[in-house]
Design a protein around this ligand. Structure first.
Ligand code: ZN
Length: 640
């Protein structure tokens, strides 16, 4: 195929210009419509960024043989990849830069950086180029609204009526999970039709780019409002009308509920995520890596880590013990471990003060960072973004917890009914820690306690003798039914269930609220062991996976939290105890809350965060006892 002469002219123009002279005004001269001041007329751009063009290797050396591409992609290649020399590793990039394509390109370039093929400076230059190009072009290439986006779609509305009629009974009378499942199915089909209708419309670009969310924004405005949780009935009101169709009288309460459900988490979430970020930094500020990547503390202890597909990227460049062999996980071998439970060398087992190369892995060595505790705020930053977005994203997700994920030790003392209700065959006692009570989310009423499903559990025979002890390990908020006033001690509520009681529904709403409650309860606030030490990290990732939340932080962040907040008998970390003795009782650690942890780690650490007078007292007594405080990088910055 020979190129159309005018497009060939544009191709020549782009190719003959040195890459560092591709500027904003050059790109505008090719692709931007403009207002001609002299004639006072609007002029069409001479070319379209989506115009197809064929390029041979003889014309552009980074092309392999020949390629059919677009003028826009050629600009991307030259401006973002050629100028930074990344193209020498990647070759000509010919995947459309929409939402998925952008992520794919970024991932490929990050891998180059981790494999030391490009420097972090080059990576930075790429990010600058990518963002400059995006911002420049957004002003003349992106369209916020088109006629097709505004008009009602007859075929979609017709199908919606049919689907609501077909599923009427379950939508109104089904369980909460059934309601959400069916609503999701209906929405998926309808939004699929919308995508097909909009496929060639220029208004769709905004959604294809990932900037707009068709499944949420467009859906709510033009297709249907969808499922809105009703806190009184504990079920969903499924609203068929869209905002464009208008609100019927019977839908007014549901719309009211949706406004509250949307605005509250983002308003309160800003403060909560900000505070959590401060807590993480205070706790982790002194964690550092041994600068020698080959260092080895000698431990043979590991933690189990289930390599879920959603978690596999977060243990890259870490070491595992694969049948006695030390294996470095990288892009080439991680795939074969997906679905398996691997044995991960971890800061949670490291016997040295500075985390050794074997336990910490290679990722931060590759990035040239050793003060890794200070990088932990990545996850709270992401949490904040998710919460702010929840104002716009009202899509609902529900599911039921499977039986094998209920308890730390398998047992047959409980059943789950088809409706998702947990029932006990023998008497059961659950010891609910009073941890979340200090925070929002925990509720105690006469007939109900709402708290995280993480608590010690005992099963009893007819004489009231304990026959089996384990821990419930469900990392989401659950509503426990209360049939008689619970007993209470200083740290917990003790709730006893007679055999065959309806304990709690295991149907859950997936939400970042569960993730936040988990971090608060299990890591930051508890002052008693909640779950066995070595499964903490695995459970954290199960929590993220169950709730479909990706905080983009590497696993090591959570491992360091466990290392910091779980102590041996003295101030020393339980990591050292476990690192030296793989058989140590996994519930025998001393759990400190983040306040005590920060105060104990030394006066400068705590001055930056905690109650000053208490910090000075602890600091004085440590000096008198000859205990050495830990250094913190913040102190070094201030002293410098
Ligand atoms: Zn180590």
């Amino acid at each position: 195929m020979a190129n159309d002469p005018s497009i060939q002219a544009c191709l020549d123009k782009i190719l003959e210009r040195p890459a560092d002279q591709i500027t904003k005004s050059f790109i505008e001269s090719l692709f931007a419509n403009y207002h001609d001041k002299e004639t006072n007329q609007f002029k069409e751009a001479p070319f379209k960024a989506t115009d197809k063009v064929e390029i041979l290797q003889s014309q552009y050396k980074y092309v392999n043989d020949r390629v059919t591409t677009t003028l826009g992609l050629l600009i991307y290649n030259r401006f973002c990849l050629e100028r930074t020399h990344i193209i020498e590793h990647l070759g000509y990039w010919n995947t459309q830069i929409d939402d998925k394509g952008m992520k794919k390109a970024d991932k490929a370039i990050i891998s180059l950086c981790l494999e030391d093929k490009i420097s972090t400076e080059t990576f930075g230059a790429y990010v600058d180029a990518r963002d400059s190009l995006g911002f420049w072009c957004a002003s003349f290439l992106s369209v916020a609204i088109s006629a097709a986006l505004l008009r009602p779609m007859e075929d979609v509305n017709k199908r919606k009526k049919e689907l609501f009629e077909e599923n009427k009974d379950k939508l109104q009378n089904g369980t909460a999970v059934e309601q959400v499942m069916i609503t999701n199915k209906i929405e998926k089909e309808l939004v699929g039709m919308v995508r097909e209708n909009l496929k060639n419309d220029y208004g769709y670009d905004m959604y294809a780019s990932g900037d707009g969310n068709l499944d949420n924004n467009y859906k709510t405005i033009n297709v249907m409002r969808g499922a809105v949780f009703n806190d009184i009935t504990k079920k969903y009101d499924v609203v068929e009308a869209s905002l464009m169709e208008g609100i019927t009288q019977k839908d007014i309460p549901a719309f009211g509920n949706s406004v509250v459900a949307a605005a509250y988490p983002s308003a309160v979430g800003t403060a909560e995520a900000g505070y959590m970020s401060k807590q993480l930094l205070a706790v982790l500020q002194s964690e550092r890596l041994d600068p020698d990547p080959n260092s080895d503390c000698g431990t043979e202890s590991t933690i189990p880590f289930t390599v879920l597909d959603s978690a596999k990227d977060f243990i890259l460049y870490r070491y595992i013990n694969d049948n006695g062999k030390k294996v470095l996980l990288d892009q080439s071998n991680i795939g074969k471990y997906v679905g398996q439970r691997v044995q991960l060398y971890s800061p949670q087992c490291c016997c040295n003060d500075a985390i050794c190369g074997k336990c910490g892995g290679m990722i931060f060595h590759k990035l040239g960072a050793t003060q890794i505790g200070l990088l932990s705020s990545l996850i709270t930053q992401k949490l904040l973004n998710i919460k702010l977005k929840s104002k716009h994203d009202l899509s609902q997700n529900a599911g039921t917890i499977p039986k094998e994920q209920l308890f730390n030790d398998e047992n047959n003392y409980c059943v789950i009914t088809p409706e998702g209700m947990l029932k006990n065959k023998v008497a059961m006692r659950i010891i609910i820690p009073k941890v979340l009570e200090k925070m929002s989310g925990f509720v105690k009423e006469t007939s109900l306690i709402t708290t995280m499903g993480i608590a010690p559990v005992e099963f009893l025979d007819k004489n009231g003798t304990v026959i089996f002890k384990t821990q419930m390990i469900v990392p989401v908020m659950l509503d426990f039914n209360i049939y008689e006033e619970p007993q209470e001690d200083i740290d917990s509520y003790i709730v006893t269930y007679q055999p065959d009681s309806e304990i709690c529904s295991l149907n859950i709403q997936k939400s970042c609220v569960n993730v936040e409650a988990f971090i608060n309860q299990v890591y930051l606030e508890s002052n008693k062991p909640q779950v066995p030490y070595k499964i903490l990290t695995d459970l954290m990732f199960r929590c993220l996976d169950m709730n479909k939340i990706n905080l983009t932080g590497p696993s090591i962040t959570y491992e360091m939290l466990a290392r910091r907040l779980c102590k041996g008998s003295g101030r020393e970390s339980f990591a050292k105890v476990y690192g030296k003795n793989p058989d140590v009782d996994q519930m025998s650690y001393r759990k400190v809350d983040f306040r005590l942890c920060v105060q104990e780690s030394g006066i400068s650490s705590s001055l930056f965060f905690q109650d000053i007078s208490k910090s000075i007292n602890i600091g004085l007594s440590q000096t008198l006892n000859g205990e050495k405080p830990e250094t913190t990088p913040l102190e070094m910055i201030i002293n410098a």
